[in-house]
Design a protein around this ligand. Structure first.
Ligand code: MEV
Length: 430
């Protein structure tokens, strides 16, 4: 282990990325006094495989598995889907499946994703006469598009590529800056790499054209053109009656009126969306950053979905969210499980994946609101929690349900109580 001159543990480790994985693990083992069992746990690469793990990120010392589950019952755009979900939170998959069952009985969910436009940006500073310069850039738009498109002939041959340019002058605390946005149809890729390359390619041309210095050349994760929408119409009888429907609309209105609630409301939407993003190895940070910015686009943080009663008394729900997802390239291609997830959904295009994600986000939101305005969220959570404890305590087969129900009935949900119940049951049955 590395120690500094005072004998303290030192995290300054040169060339950590260059040494073999086992060496790195040895350093961390000593640092944290990991046991041999803990080291063995880290070294279990599961279905990712060591080679893939090491090619995905730097300084790898192991891997970490999450459960891979299937949400059932989904009917989206008149097609049935099994939806893979990866996450750590109990109840989400069950809630999504339950909501999807109710929604399919009402004809299913409709969804539509827009053209897959990502924005690549160049920010320039010290540009003389920035407003004049922005006109000049627009006059040379086609040269810029040609330079950008020369970096990715394959994308262009598929009908994608850089399509348009926008220029704004923005005021920063370091003086005026030019923001040049390149609109790129990335077709089936998430597109960050594609547009980063394009932004870097056009920057020298821009500097030559208008002077000044390019500072940042990077994708914007505020993917406002890459919006996916999902909507449903549900008969109140099928979800517990008019009263429940009215209360769901109340919950929607509360979220519109108060950001404290809107954030949690949107977290529920993202529960479903990010679970699919993880199963398909998407850049979920990009999705979350984009979604929250979109929720604030009017200057106040708002819910991404809305629920109303229509003139015939049906509950209607609508979700709009920017989704930057891909089905080719990046970790979607390298992670073997992501490929399986796409195969389970039978998804071939980024657009279809975005439509499924939006539909699941809406269903997840519906499930949360319905639970919140009826039994409350904890009863479902506690049921699953009790079940997990029963299994952890060693219950098997039908005993899992028996122990779970007893814990709930007696209002005592704990590991110790599960063990005690199990012991009692084993004693009385022998
Ligand atoms: C919990 O993960 C998600 C909810 O809080 C969402 C919501 O409150 O709408 C239940």
């Amino acid at each position: 282990m590395s120690v500094d001159s005072l004998g303290s543990r030192c995290s300054r480790i040169t060339g950590f990325y260059n040494i073999p994985l086992e060496e790195r693990l040895k350093i961390v083992k000593e640092w944290a006094q990991l046991s041999d069992d803990e080291v063995a746990t880290l070294l279990n690469f599961g279905n990712l495989g060591r080679k893939t793990a090491e090619t995905m990120i730097e300084n790898v010392i192991g891997a970490m598995s999450y459960p891979f589950a299937i949400a059932v019952n989904f009917r989206i755009n008149s097609r049935d889907y099994l939806v893979p979900m990866v996450l750590e939170e109990p109840s989400v998959v069950a809630a999504a499946s339950n909501a999807a069952r109710m929604l399919r009985e009402n004809g299913g969910i409709e969804a539509e994703a827009a053209r897959q436009i990502m924005i690549g940006q160049v920010y320039m500073m010290k540009v003389p006469s920035p407003h004049y310069a922005s006109m000049k850039i627009l006059r040379h738009k086609y040269e810029l598009l040609d330079i950008a498109n020369s970096t990715n002939k394959t994308l262009v041959s598929m009908g994608g590529g850089a399509k348009d340019v926008e220029v704004r002058v923005i005021e920063t605390r370091r003086g005026p800056a030019l923001a040049i946005n390149l609109m790129v149809d990335v077709v089936d890729a998430m597109g960050a790499n594609t547009v980063n390359t394009m932004a870097e390619a056009i920057a020298p041309y821009l500097e030559k054209l208008v002077g000044g210095e390019a500072r940042l050349r990077i994708v914007s994760n505020y993917a406002i053109y890459r919006v996916a929408r999902a909507w449903v119409r549900i008969s109140p009888e099928s979800i517990g009656g008019r009263d429940v429907a009215e209360k769901i609309v109340d919950a929607s209105a509360i979220a519109e009126a108060d950001p404290f609630r809107a954030v949690t409301h949107n977290k529920g939407v993202l529960n479903g969306i990010i679970a699919i993003a993880l199963a398909t190895a998407q850049d979920h940070r990009a999705i979350e950053a984009g979604a929250h910015a979109y929720a604030s686009r009017d200057g106040i943080y708002k819910p991404l979905s809305r629920w109303d009663l229509d003139s015939e008394g049906y509950l209607v729900g609508f979700l709009e969210i920017p989704l930057q997802v891909g089905v080719v390239g990046g970790s979607v291609k390298t992670h073997p499980v992501a490929q399986i997830a796409l195969k389970i959904m039978g998804v071939k295009t980024a657009r279809e994946l975005a439509e499924i994600m939006a539909a699941v986000g809406l269903a997840q939101n519906f499930a949360a609101l319905r639970a919140l305005v009826t039994t409350g969220i904890q009863s479902g959570h506690m049921k699953l929690h009790a079940r997990n404890l029963a299994i952890l305590a060693g219950a098997k087969g039908e005993l899992v349900d028996i122990i779970t129900e007893q814990m709930i009935k007696n209002g005592k949900i704990s590991f110790d109580y599960a063990v005690q119940l199990l012991k009692n049951y084993e004693r009385t049955s022998t």
